[in-house]
Design a protein around this ligand. Structure first.
Ligand code: HEC
Ligand code: HEC
Ligand code: HEC
Ligand code: HEC
Ligand code: HEC
Length: 185
């Protein structure tokens, strides 16, 4: 009697272990394997160190045009103002000077934040309401290295793109309209 009970509960434990192992495997596939398959990591042309450029203001490089629309990433012309010849001795700077400035070639930066075409976004109304860069872009503007760039194999957009829920949460908090047509024209 005692023996039987023991083996029955033994089976229960075994089943539990098998179930648990399967459960863990599913979590690993869902959280580690699938996201790694979904995103492919691509290199940036060189690192860009924001800390080395703290003497310039953000808008020196990421300029807003006079009408409030946005000019984006600086052209190599801008880099040339200071890097016509190297100031230091890093490999990234050598590359900048020899491969881009001297050849007058634009640097093919990969953009973390670009949104799908069906989304309308403008920096202007956000700047007008003094929403800070870091509220949307995090601390990227004060890092020594650019983060890894990963794009979604299905949509082609970077993993870093701001998600709809994040836009809507802030709009709700600040009493901004959240109708579909505001962001989808
Ligand atoms: C000397 C020029 C320069 C200055 C000054 C500068 N940046 Fe940048 N920034 C760059 C370059 C070059 C990149 C790389 C482009 C890329 O994202 O691949 C970049 C990338 C970024 C990105 C990522 C954009 C994206 O979606 O890919 C953000 C956000 C950013 N900078 C914010 C800032 C902020 C905030 C400041 C001020 C604290 C600042 N930057 C100052 C040149 C500059
Ligand atoms: C206003 C002047 C200025 C402009 C404009 C500027 N830089 Fe720099 N950059 C600096 C200074 C200063 C340093 C630091 C030099 C040092 O300490 O060796 C630096 C350093 C660098 C380095 C080497 C730092 C490292 O950690 O490897 C790279 C690469 C670089 N800049 C890229 C760029 C690019 C790309 C642009 C254009 C988007 C740009 N810079 C525009 C002033 C400037
Ligand atoms: C309300 C959120 C928000 C704020 C605030 C914001 N950005 Fe952006 N930024 C975005 C989004 C979203 C994109 C992608 C836009 C697109 O797809 O065209 C973007 C794009 C960019 C890019 C990519 C370059 C390009 O050509 O579009 C840079 C660089 C950038 N922002 C820098 C800044 C800087 C610097 C500030 C502060 C002065 C700032 N952003 C403030 C949300 C924001
Ligand atoms: C951190 C807060 C914040 C985030 C995040 C944010 N917004 Fe906004 N948004 C605002 C504020 C504040 C306004 C200004 C409303 C006003 O002018 O009264 C605004 C206004 C707008 C407008 C209206 C412009 C107009 O012409 O009236 C659009 C479109 C918009 N946001 C799109 C977006 C999109 C798309 C995203 C996400 C990619 C986003 N916003 C993320 C705070 C935010
Ligand atoms: C404040 C801005 C904003 C508003 C309001 C908004 N969206 Fe979006 N929407 C986005 C952004 C940004 C994306 C792209 C990023 C993403 O996929 O999350 C997006 C993506 C989508 C997608 C693509 C599917 C997906 O998840 O990638 C659909 C469908 C969509 N929105 C439908 C709607 C509908 C329906 C409404 C109204 C109920 C709405 N959106 C309101 C910003 C907004």
């Amino acid at each position: 009697m005692k023996e039987e009970n023991k083996s029955a509960s033994g089976k229960g434990v075994m089943g539990g272990i098998i179930f648990f192992a399967g459960f863990i495997l599913a979590l690993i596939i869902g959280w580690v394997v699938f996201p790694n398959l979904l995103y492919s990591q691509k290199p940036q042309p060189m690192n860009f160190n924001h800390v080395a450029h703290q003497d310039s203001s953000c808008e020196d490089c990421h300029a807003f045009r006079a009408d409030g629309t946005y000019a984006g990433i600086p052209k190599v012309e801008k880099c040339k103002e200071c890097h016509e010849s190297p100031m230091g001795s890093t490999e990234d700077e050598r590359k900048l000077v020899e491969e881009y400035i001297q050849k007058d070639t634009e640097i093919p930066w990969r953009i973390y934040s670009w949104q799908p075409d069906n989304v309308y976004f403008s920096h202007a109304p956000h700047k007008a309401k003094k929403v800070e860069c870091k509220e949307c872009h995090g601390i990227m503007g004060s890092e020594k290295t650019l983060p890894a760039y990963k794009d979604n194999r299905i949509t082609g957009y970077s993993k870093e793109t701001m998600k709809m829920i994040v836009c809507e949460e802030c709009h709700a908090e600040r009493g901004v309209n959240n109708e579909c047509e505001l962001c989808h024209k």
